[in-house]
Design a protein around this ligand. Structure first.
Ligand SMILES: [Ca+2]
Length: 100
């Protein structure tokens, strides 16, 4: 009985150690440049924009895009170019690949 408790205790301890080193599954993917909107929208269905950006449209605005200045910077085709970066915000409204 005592051995069983000891065994269970050490198993629990190793589980804690293992989970402590693992990256949480819920973590957002690291910022990267996408080659086109099809690829970006697979991860961010409504696009990625700067904080405070407003969709430039004559119809109903897209407001549910992911707000992330860093990620937007990787995909806006701006002056600072990242590896494999394209201009995915052709209308320069601060939102790349906006989609309802
Ligand atoms: Ca845009």
């Amino acid at each position: 009985m005592r051995l069983k408790k000891l065994l269970i205790g050490s198993l629990a301890a190793s589980a804690v150690v293992l989970s402590g080193t693992a990256v949480p599954a819920s973590a957002a993917p690291a910022p990267k440049s996408y080659k086109n909107c099809t690829e970006l929208n697979k991860v961010y269905p409504h696009g990625v924009g700067r904080k405070g950006a407003k969709d430039k449209t004559t119809g109903k605005r897209v407001t549910n895009f992911r707000v992330d200045n860093t990620l937007y910077g990787y995909n806006d085709g701006g002056a600072v170019r990242h590896r494999g970066e394209y201009d995915l915000d052709r209308d320069n409204d601060g939102i790349a690949c906006e989609k309802r």
